[in-house]
Design a protein around this ligand. Structure first.
Ligand code: ZN
Ligand code: ZN
Length: 176
């Protein structure tokens, strides 16, 4: 959703609350595709600090579904998204910060709530996504999911240190 800041910026020291909404349902991150299956209901609060600053806050949790790093089975996990941004405003528009350039969540006179939430999801993204702590992954020999059946191939990769090594190896492959 997008929220126009035109009205609030003419009301010094006032706040306005909006019922939040996130229209993003899919995104990709480090080469994998994820979907957002649920967003906890939330409010977006826009508050003017004096006449020149706008404070934007929201608090929610997204339920994200995407592949396990080792076996590629879809996993559902929660990612918190808390936004606490203060921007300079002038004449109903957000003033671009000279140091960091235009804000990705500002679109003319609108605040792009979807962009704010997606950014927070990526900032808070888990370093490792596993279907279970001891996920045995996919057999590098025959390609079977070893959580479902023991395939009988040489199982030295069951050593957890080896599994970690494979994670690193796989993430290097993704970078290429
Ligand atoms: Zn797994
Ligand atoms: Zn196998």
């Amino acid at each position: 959703m997008k929220i126009s800041i035109k009205d609030i910026t003419s009301l010094p020291d006032q706040s306005k609350k909006f019922k939040g909404d996130c229209e993003i349902t899919e995104f990709s991150y480090l080469g994998s595709n994820f979907s957002i299956n649920h967003i906890e209901p939330f409010d977006v609060v826009l508050s003017m600090i004096g006449t020149g600053k706008l404070h934007i806050t929201l608090n929610t949790t997204a339920t994200v579904v995407g592949p396990c790093d080792r076996c590629l089975t879809d996993v559902s996990f929660q990612v918190p998204a808390s936004v606490d941004e203060t921007v300079q405003v002038s004449e109903g528009q957000v003033v671009t910060d000279d140091d960091i350039g235009p804000y990705p969540f500002v679109d003319g006179e609108d605040i792009d709530v979807d962009e704010l939430i997606l950014n927070e999801i990526l900032v808070n993204f888990p370093a490792k996504i596993l279907c279970q702590d001891d996920c045995k992954g996919i057999c590098p020999v025959c390609g079977k999911n070893r959580n479902i059946e023991a395939c009988g191939c040489d199982d030295t990769v069951l050593d957890p240190r080896m599994a970690q090594f494979l994670d690193v190896f796989n993430s290097f492959k993704e970078v290429k």
